[in-house]
Write a protein that binds this ligand. Structure first.
Ligand SMILES: [Mn+2]
Length: 307
């Protein structure tokens, strides 16, 4: 009997989690005609993702806030701190991800595909190519955009040869120049004018749990520090309000400069762990981290070493 399976990324959806969900739902429909696969998002999409979906004239997936009673494929995450509410009463079908193996458990055996590469969208594009499923131009386009977004136009430490190779293939299909298109994508994200402090923080915020400690790491990427730096007081205050309301021990905001390739790490709550993790003094809520751009490869592992 046909059933609806939702394909969904993490809370506070970023471009990779939205585009991988749309493309993977399309892929699954092609290889499994019996079931209906629907992309979904856990909340509103960010300005970068909106730019990309508009660019390729694609619809925003429906918002799903409670997974109870539903069949779900998770993309781009596998941690309880980031997953849609109600997951304990849902049926997880598959997980497709490029993060560390987290703490999600399933009752039944599932397909779990994880690769240590730059984006989930690289994995999904690879599935299309491997199974020789025809990729519509707009699907190739959103996958390319997501790879460029997650790898910071191939500059992130998380980027691999496979990401580059697949991105080049998607660039060929779409006729886009990855570097030029990547800058357009990043500019859509770094436009902070008219956004509230809460929007800026929550548009890319991930929660982590280790032993008794719960913490959050947000990231704002831009082409300089000035614009975000000018709003530091307001952002620090809001970050602390978010930390408080979510009951986190501490919260970090990575203000990342993608041109200079470095991060100012802002810290609220128990700041000792962050200072210890990077062996630096926290001054005015801030640690300067030259060369650091990746939350999952350069920040979270360092933090977890000292928790
Ligand atoms: Mn991702």
């Amino acid at each position: 009997m046909a059933q609806t399976v939702y394909v969904i990324g993490h809370k506070n959806p970023d471009t990779d989690s939205v585009c991988a969900a749309i493309a993977y739902a399309h892929f699954k429909k092609k290889i499994d005609c019996d079931d209906d696969y629907k992309p979904a998002v856990t909340g509103p999409i960010n300005s970068e993702t909106k730019f990309i979906l508009d660019y390729f004239k694609m619809e925003t997936p429906e918002i799903l806030t409670d997974a109870s009673g539903k069949k779900i494929i998770l993309v781009d995450h596998n941690e309880m701190g980031q997953v849609i509410d109600g997951i304990e009463n849902a049926e997880i079908f598959e997980i497709i991800d490029h993060h560390r193996i987290g703490d999600i458990q399933t009752g039944a055996p599932i397909l779990f595909h994880a690769e240590p590469i730059g984006s989930t969208s690289t994995i999904v594009a690879d599935f299309f190519l491997y199974h020789k499923i025809e990729m519509p131009k707009e699907i190739a386009g959103i996958l390319l955009a997501a790879i460029l977004s997650d790898t910071v136009i191939f500059k992130s430490q998380t980027c691999t040869e496979k990401d580059k190779r697949i991105a080049m293939e998607l660039a060929r299909i779409t006729g886009l120049n990855p570097e030029e298109f990547g800058l357009q994508v990043k500019k859509a994200k770094s436009d902070i004018k008219g956004k509230s402090a809460n929007e800026l923080i929550m548009s890319d915020f991930k929660e982590y749990r280790k032993e008794g400690t719960r913490y959050g790491v947000a990231q704002i990427e831009g082409v300089d520090y000035e614009e975000v730096g000018a709003r530091k007081g307001e952002l620090i205050k809001e970050l602390d309000a978010v930390r408080e309301s979510q009951g986190l021990n501490f919260a970090l905001l990575m203000v990342t400069n993608i041109i200079e390739e470095g991060t100012r790490l802002w810290v609220v709550g128990d700041g000792e762990i962050a200072g210890k993790a990077f062996g630096k003094e926290v001054t005015d809520h801030e640690i300067h981290l030259p060369g650091v751009m990746s939350r999952k490869k350069q920040v979270v592992p360092e933090i977890e070493k000292v928790i």
